[in-house]
Design a protein around this ligand. Structure first.
Ligand code: 4NP
Length: 162
């Protein structure tokens, strides 16, 4: 039986630091389990300042240092149609979630929440914005994202019998 793929969207403010990192790490997990056709991954920003651009150089460098190449990703802005497409829409912080709730149609049936909380992480709710920070802030971001990705993957696999 052909089932529709499960679609997962990671959202931050600019779509150049946190959400592309989550996108790249989660995609790696999906690929490792050969589920590329069953789980579709994407990312977007609530803002439009960086649309069309690759991830921030510092985020790319931190990803590469941890074994992930995300140079092919390009920023886009989240849109109301994402609520038709995506089963999971996961914000990196409370501001992202607040903005997403403004866009959410009342009949949205999917999971709209915080990435860390929906992944089962209890020690933190937000992936803090590293954009105005230093290398330490980018390292903190990727560590939080790394911790959460596997929990989210296992949850989605279980929720959808994959
Ligand atoms: P992101 O980081 O939301 O993790 O992509 C930011 C990127 C750009 C800006 C803020 C945060 N900005 O103000 O341009």
């Amino acid at each position: 039986m052909d089932k529709q793929p499960v679609k997962v969207l990671f959202v931050c403010l600019g779509n150049i630091c946190r959400s592309p990192t989550a996108h790249a790490l989660f995609q790696t997990c999906v690929n490792k389990y050969n589920l590329e056709e069953k789980i579709i991954v994407d990312s977007a920003g609530t803002g439009d300042w960086h649309v069309g651009l690759p991830p921030d150089k510092r985020a790319q460098a931190m990803a590469l240092k941890n074994g992930y190449d995300m140079s092919h990703l390009r920023a886009r802005q989240v849109s109301p149609s994402d609520f038709i497409q995506f089963d999971y829409i996961l914000g990196m912080d409370h501001d992202n979630l607040h903005d997403l709730k403004q866009l959410k149609p009342s009949n949205y049936q999917g999971v709209l929440g915080l990435f860390l909380s929906e992944s089962g992480i209890e020690s933190a709710e937000e992936v803090p914005d590293p954009y105005y920070g230093n290398e330490q802030h980018f390292e903190n971001s990727i560590k939080l994202i790394q911790d959460a990705v596997e929990g989210l993957f296992l949850r989605i696999k279980k929720d959808h019998n994959l």
